[in-house]
Design a protein around this ligand. Structure first.
Ligand SMILES: [Zn+2]
Ligand SMILES: [Zn+2]
Length: 173
């Protein structure tokens, strides 16, 4: 997943990246991420005068904790990937782009463009924020931890919405 900046740009090289990336280390220590598949990277890389264009998609199978009941949720996400990279010394010669668009190009300081960190960053940005096993998941009892999708518990707090729990305490006295 590495490209020589100058050579790719000056020769207008085209390449395809089809790789599987082990991304499990990225989520080490995240208790809400049970398993991350390999990340399937399929990208088209094209060298142009002054910049490199990379387009394609990333796909991954995930096993995440339901944000309410912690049961595993299986998800398959597909992430569009589209970036342009330019060397620090590049002069982008193109009528296609405005100056503002060119300022959005990612500047690569080294002469080697390594796609891996950008691909990993895209995955981290696209991770589902609050996955649910089902839209009407009842979650866990905040008092005894019972999974309320399986059966109810005898705690009288079980039906109390957490947002109202503080109010309820006020009325106790
Ligand atoms: Zn759930
Ligand atoms: Zn309970």
């Amino acid at each position: 997943m590495q490209f020589h900046m100058q050579e790719t740009m000056s020769k207008g090289l085209k390449a395809e990246v089809n790789e599987q990336l082990d991304v499990s280390a990225l989520f080490k220590g995240r208790q809400d991420v049970y398993r991350t598949g390999p990340l399937h990277v399929s990208l088209q890389v094209a060298g142009h005068e002054g910049f490199i264009e990379v387009d394609g998609k990333l796909a991954v199978d995930l096993e995440l904790a339901c944000s309410r009941c912690l049961e595993p949720v299986h998800d398959h996400i597909v992430i569009p990937f589209s970036e342009k990279f330019k060397a620090a010394t590049s002069v982008v010669e193109s009528d296609e782009f405005t100056e503002e668009e060119i300022s959005d190009f990612i500047e690569v300081k080294a002469d080697r463009l390594d796609m891996k960190p950008y691909v990993e960053e895209a995955l981290q940005l696209f991770m589902p924020f609050a996955p649910l096993c089902s839209d009407d998941c009842n979650g866990l009892c905040p008092n005894c931890g019972q999974n309320l999708n399986e059966h109810s518990c005898s705690c009288d707090t079980a039906k109390v919405d957490v947002r109202f729990a503080a109010l309820k305490d006020l009325f106790k006295e």
